[in-house]
Design a protein around this ligand. Structure first.
Ligand SMILES: Cc1cc2nc3c(=O)[nH]c(=O)nc-3n(C[C@H](O)[C@H](O)[C@H](O)COP(=O)(O)OP(=O)(O)OC[C@H]3O[C@@H](n4cnc5c(N)ncnc54)[C@H](O)[C@@H]3O)c2cc1C
Length: 329
């Protein structure tokens, strides 16, 4: 297989690099800062769309296919790198919307059912990963698989010779490659003209220090969620703010996320807020994933726009873009 250059070292870029390397490609990955610092680090790690019936078919297809492989993938990464992504089938307790007509139709057509629970509907098969750990494991794994990573390498534009793309340009040097794969998350439209624009939607999250067992399942209510980690820590999220690349976090949001958790689990009033952060989800104008060939260049591929579901869609998105590139090659 030929050389592939992946631009972006989030979950999408690193899963894509892994999949390409496994298919026999010589892969180089560039990130403008360090890998694994942006949306993929900031996210919650729920391995399912929040209310799947609100999403298009492609999102659900990518998500369902990824759900099938996630546990095994995490076990493989743990075995190969010694870093445990902490996949946990904690189940998801949905407190609202599960009994809407569209939800019932969707569940019926997808053969999905829930267990009745005193607070709502329990989807027992939904899992989660500790995404910062997943990213650490992925990075270690792709390095082992021969992927060359260059950090602090901000791609400014495609490198074009006689009308054909032959690589990319950064401030300090050019990188030559047969194929370029754009996995630059919310920044994708910042350096490359795409038919459909990608832009950031900020989400703020907080982390509470609690004990294992206080919250058993992921809890979803009114679009916000509580995610219990294995060690008892609890992630609470999130906001949806269309404010550009403004990373600011604010006390009011912190308080409202904390209240959201306390209103559902009084015992969390003892839990200390350990951390409060924000991240930029890569949204697209059509609200759909952008997965395929660039409209102008045959050897440039796009894997971005995963919005709220990049962690759960990553394995299948990476597989499909790899299939497209290997078919082309
Ligand atoms: C608060 C929050 C909660 C979330 N919860 C979940 C969840 O529970 N489940 C789920 O599935 N998804 C969740 N998401 C969404 C998920 O995190 C994203 O869809 C996913 O991380 C996108 O991955 P990515 O690799 O495309 O982007 P990123 O992780 O942002 O990675 C993009 C990378 O590209 C690099 N880059 C950008 N431009 C350039 C350039 N010009 N040159 C070189 N490198 C460049 C950046 O530095 C960055 O490292 C959440 C997101 C947020 C913010």
């Amino acid at each position: 297989m030929s050389d592939c250059l992946v631009v972006g070292g989030g979950v999408i870029g690193m899963m894509t690099a892994r999949s390409l390397a496994l298919s026999g490609a010589k892969v180089t990955l560039l990130d403008q800062q360090q890998c694994a610092q942006e949306s993929s680090w900031a996210g919650g790690g729920i391995i399912s769309p929040l209310y799947p019936w609100k999403y298009d078919n492609l999102t659900n297809e990518l998500s369902i296919a990824s759900q099938v492989v996630y546990e095994q993938l995490c076990a493989q990464l743990f075995e190969d790198t010694g870093i445990d992504p902490q996949f946990l089938k904690s189940g998801l307790l949905m407190m609202d919307e599960y009994d809407l007509p569209e939800a019932k139709i969707w569940m019926k057509s997808h053969g999905l059912d829930y267990q009745a629970h005193q607070s709502g509907a329990l989807f027992a098969n939904i899992g989660q990963v500790r995404n910062p750990r997943l990213l650490k494991a992925l990075k270690a794994d792709i390095i082992k698989k021969g992927v060359k990573i260059f950090e602090q390498a901000k791609v400014d534009e495609l490198l074009i010779k006689d009308g054909a793309v032959i690589g990319v340009k950064t401030l300090h040097r050019n990188y030559l490659s047969d194929y370029v794969v754009v996995c630059s998350g919310a920044w994708s439209s910042q350096w490359l003209t795409l038919k459909e624009k990608v832009f950031p939607i900020k989400g703020q999250m907080i982390l509470l220090k609690s004990k294992p067992g206080v919250v058993k399942h992921i809890v979803l209510d009114k679009g916000r969620y509580i995610i219990p980690r294995k060690d008892g820590r609890i992630v609470v999220g999130s906001t949806m703010q269309n404010v550009g690349f403004d990373r600011a976090i604010d006390d009011e949001t912190c308080q409202s996320l904390h209240d959201f958790a306390l209103n559902r689990y009084e015992t969390l009033s003892q839990a200390k807020i350990e951390h409060h952060w924000s991240g930029f989800r890569p949204a697209s104008t059509s609200a759909k994933v952008i997965l395929g060939k660039h409209s102008e260049f045959d050897n440039v591929f796009i894997n971005t726009g995963h919005f709220r579901n990049g962690i759960n869609m990553a394995p299948e998105s990476a597989k499909r873009i790899t299939q497209l590139i290997t078919h082309e090659a």
